[in-house]
Design a binder for this molecule. Structure first.
Ligand SMILES: [Fe+2]
Length: 240
């Protein structure tokens, strides 16, 4: 059965075609049915064909093989392709060139890479490794939900000289947050203050108590200051 994007080869003249729309008929070249080339997903032997995909921020890169495939006159990667979401990018290569394709995109859709070796056929991979360059893109930043919360109760957490237990209010919702600020604040100093918290952090247990968020603070070796908003802004609003 034909499938869109399948690669077919004529074993007589060497024509290679890609199917852009899957019909019912069989592709024929030189009077014979064309061979459908399987997309291999595992490397065999010593040569490396399986594309390696890395994403670093908005850059998606694919290379032919963990160990770069030879690019000799008689044996080389003819093309390397990246499909990101619904857009395909294909780079045609010559012997001696680096079998690599690099695309800048903000599309977070599925990524598939394919390589075509003139001797060994087609390989395909969809596993993406995230490579951090210390930067995040806007979509990643948007996932951190920083909100304004009003402190309505504060007390020292029993058994700790460092943790203060805060009850904060966000637009009518109350939650408990444990903050490691006890050496720099007395609990009563915080009551009534409008502070910045990370609201979508997974809850975690500290000394048997649940903390449902994180208080944002600036600190150096000598001091610590909780981020406090100095105007009457409604609690629960997003900080961006
Ligand atoms: Fe090869």
């Amino acid at each position: 059965m034909n499938q869109i994007k399948q690669i077919c080869k004529c074993n007589i003249c060497g024509n290679v075609v890609e199917l852009l729309h899957a019909g019912a008929g069989q592709l024929v070249c030189c009077g014979q049915p064309m061979e459908i080339m399987p997309e291999k997903e595992f490397d065999e032997g010593t040569e490396k064909h399986l594309p390696v995909i890395e994403r670093s921020g908005n850059i998606v890169k694919a290379t032919a093989g963990k160990v770069i495939h030879p690019m000799d006159e008689d044996h080389f990667i003819e093309w390397i392709e990246l499909t990101i979401g619904s857009i395909s990018y294909r780079k045609f290569l010559k012997p001696g060139q680096l079998p690599e394709i690099k695309i800048e995109t903000s599309d977070l859709g599925e990524v598939i890479a394919r390589t075509y070796c003139n001797i060994h056929g087609v390989w395909s991979n969809n596993k993406v490794s995230e490579v951090s360059n210390g930067k995040i893109n806007f979509n990643q930043f948007e996932k951190v939900d920083i909100r304004l919360a009003k402190v309505i109760e504060a007390s020292c957490l029993e058994g700790s000289d460092k943790l203060i237990k805060l009850t904060v209010e966000l637009n009518g919702e109350t939650r408990q947050i444990l903050a490691g600020i006890g050496k720099f604040y007395k609990p009563e100093e915080l009551i009534g203050k409008r502070i910045a918290i990370v609201a979508n952090l997974e809850p975690r247990m500290l000394l048997g108590q649940e903390s449902q968020g994180m208080v944002l603070a600036a600190h150096d070796e000598q001091s610590l200051s909780v981020l406090i908003v100095d105007k009457e802004i409604s609690s629960g609003v997003r900080i961006s």
